[in-house]
Design a protein around this ligand. Structure first.
Ligand SMILES: Nc1nc2c(ncn2[C@@H]2O[C@H](COP(=O)(O)OP(=O)(O)OP(=O)(O)O)[C@@H](O)[C@H]2O)c(=O)[nH]1
Ligand SMILES: [Mg+2]
Length: 338
């Protein structure tokens, strides 16, 4: 048994922080630690919080933490900032914003320092979340910036994903619509005290009404039909047991709408646990995780065994002596041969 397991289960601060660092960095032996922790996990509700930079994710997260604490629930926050891996500026900002929870032994806040030495950010996030699950978190909130591919993968580690929007981010919203719709379980239109919140809500309503289809920029001009679409589309999907993401207006700075937001998230959790569609989704996530872990393990094994052959092949490809496909086939053949 890994020596840190007992410390995490005893909820020791230093052991838990160290365990987070080990799995984040994927140092040798980190899987033994995770294996030891796994039997003590599975209780935590994992909530992803994503959205454009500055939309108010940290402020909202801080409010959600406060509400959860009032209910007596133990909370962990994992903050991820892929946009500025070196400055740490945003992370420092988050610390300041959430610092009123710092003295609370039932709140654990952790920033992912590395970009995930092995298997990337989503692997790192998933494993750190597991440490918190074993630590006894009732809820783990993962804050991630943006809706790029990396962030979408991180949110796949979550049971429920909250996408935070703010008025006046039109172009960003357009650009990331497909991605947003794919991962959002609940929408927060934050900064509802600012002009443009109604337009943002309408925009989202159209998007949701159109369902899984990728929304083109032309959707705006068709927004007339949105009302009808909404009724037909959303209610039909509801009836089929499909989750249709609700939209909640919030003013995070004033704690307005945040209790309702949490209630929406709770409903999503109940849906996950109580419906066939929800259970299917959980099974799909487990499948994804296993595939990702398998991919990492295979890559690790291949790199360990082929080592310099990979370097040589890469050099040959860069000198155009061979195409990357043939080079890869040769490496796979060599790997198979042992
Ligand atoms: N007017 C207004 N300002 C808000 C609201 N919520 C947050 N802010 C402000 O918006 C700014 C950004 O808030 P953050 O919570 O740091 O946003 P974030 O999405 O976490 O930002 P990054 O992590 O840097 O992407 C801060 O100055 C907040 O005080 C709101 O509801 N209304
Ligand atoms: Mg933030």
């Amino acid at each position: 048994m890994h020596p840190l397991v007992a410390g995490v289960l005893a909820r020791e601060l230093r052991a838990t922080a160290r365990a987070c660092r080990l799995v984040d960095d994927a140092v040798p032996g980190h899987r033994e630690l995770l294996k030891g922790l796994f039997p003590h996990t599975g209780r935590a509700w994992i909530v992803g919080v994503t959205g454009n930079p500055g939309a108010g994710k940290s402020t909202l997260t801080d409010r959600l933490v406060a509400h959860l604490r009032k209910q007596g629930r133990r909370v962990a926050v994992v903050a991820i900032d892929p946009t500025s891996p070196y400055s740490g500026g945003a992370i420092l900002g988050d610390r300041i914003r959430m610092q009123r929870h710092f003295a609370d032994p039932d709140v654990f806040i952790r920033s992912l320092a590395t970009r995930g030495a092995l298997g990337g950010l989503s692997r790192s996030a998933r494993d750190v979340v597991r440490v918190f699950d074993a630590w006894g978190a009732d809820v783990v909130l993962i804050e991630t910036v943006g809706v790029g591919q990396d962030e979408l993968e991180v949110t796949r580690a979550a049971h429920s994903t909250l996408v935070v929007m703010a008025p006046g981010m039109g172009d960003d919203v357009q650009a990331s619509k497909a991605g947003i719709l794919e991962c959002a379980d609940v929408f927060a239109v934050n900064k509802a005290d600012r002009e443009g919140a109604d337009a943002t809500v309408r925009d989202l309503e159209v998007m949701i009404a159109l369902g899984g289809e990728t929304v083109s920029a032309g959707a705006h001009s068709r927004s007339h039909a949105a009302g009808a679409l909404d009724v037909a589309g959303a209610s039909v999907r509801h009836a089929k047991g499909v989750w249709v993401p609700p939209i909640q207006r919030c003013v995070a700075t004033k704690d307005e709408g945040t209790a309702e937001l949490l209630a929406h998230l709770e409903r999503h959790r109940a849906w996950l646990e109580g419906t066939e569609a929800g259970r299917a989704r959980r099974a799909e996530r487990a499948h994804e995780e296993l595939r990702a872990t398998l991919r990492d393990a295979l890559v690790e094994e291949a790199v360990a065994r082929l080592g310099s052959a990979i370097d040589e092949a890469a050099r040959a490809v860069s000198e155009r002596a061979i195409d990357p496909y043939s080079a890869c086939e040769a490496l796979v053949a060599r790997f198979r041969a042992g």
